[in-house]
Design a protein around this ligand. Sequence first.
Ligand code: GLY
Length: 368
Amino acid sequence: MDYINEIWNKLDKKLSGTAVKSFDKIPYTTINGVHDNKAQTDITWWTNGFWPALMLLMYNTTGKEVYLNTFLNGERMLDDAFKNRDWLHHDVGFMWHLSSGAHYRLTGDKLSRSRALFAADMLVARFMPKGGFIRAWNDEENLDRTGWTIIDCMMNIPLLYWASDELNVSNYRDIAMMHADMTLRDHIRPDGSVNHICIHNSAGELTETLGGQGYCQGSAWSRGQAWAIYGFAQSYTHTKAARYLDAARKTADFFIASLGDSFIPVSDFRAPKEPVIYDTTAGAIAACGMITLAGALDKEEGRAYLDTAIKIITETESRFCDWSEEEDSIVQMGSESYHGKKGQLPIIYGDYYFAEAVSLLMGFDRTN
Ligand code: GLY
């Protein structure tokens, strides 16, 4: 584990610098090596919790004030998203569970608790009783998306498990579990791969599946696969329902079988061999999921998942991490979607989940 320790030191060295450089920003990616700023351009953007969450994770593990200061500034900037209620979506879990929710759990801060509970209330307001699911996105002009669910939402529902525990009521958890059960039924295929998007009719029945950010309908978008692994592993942690542990294993087994020798996932496991489009963010997320899964299993059963997570992280570090001061991001070669026009780019959740995986391998306490 010396190598993991070394990676941890590199993370702290680099991030203590960017914490100062990007104090006033909520980054999504970098442009010519410099963090962009979603606080200026799109405060309701779904990834806006990751930068403050990364700062908090580093504060939690190092105790350095520089991280806390940047976290607090990011959390304050994110408050503007609450003023744009109609632009918010199911990703309020990503946005506030990992940032304000984690801050409350670490420090007992009352305002952070309130932010996270507001987000949980927004998420339950998206629940569709017929079909028992949380709708994902808002409508677009001429596109009714009331019945749309996406696999990513498995990562939003831990906010609801926490809200139920915090308020000592069952309704948030009940909704989370109904959504997880719909995901098992409609998103997880018999071979362990997943549908990114499912469309349900007004009776809540599944009518169509879409390839979404993957290559095509029926393909296997690797980040969606990673959201499923980590989302089900977390649902198991919060509920102890064996069916969620089984789903985490099944989706992880598919991921591992598809990964190949390089331990860097391609953007879609069922895309043509060429062009090669990597998605390092999928690897980092899957690594967090596999570490969590291994922790829920006995040592022997969990070994393959833990070993794969370590290989993903060490391969990502040796091939695709940029530790230089000239580049604000760390993990390169992410992908927004298989057909995305931006191609390969660093994305903030690649850095967040990479740091989270390394912190978990170091044995630090979870913030989520
Ligand atoms: N939640 C959207 C994505 O993973 O790109």
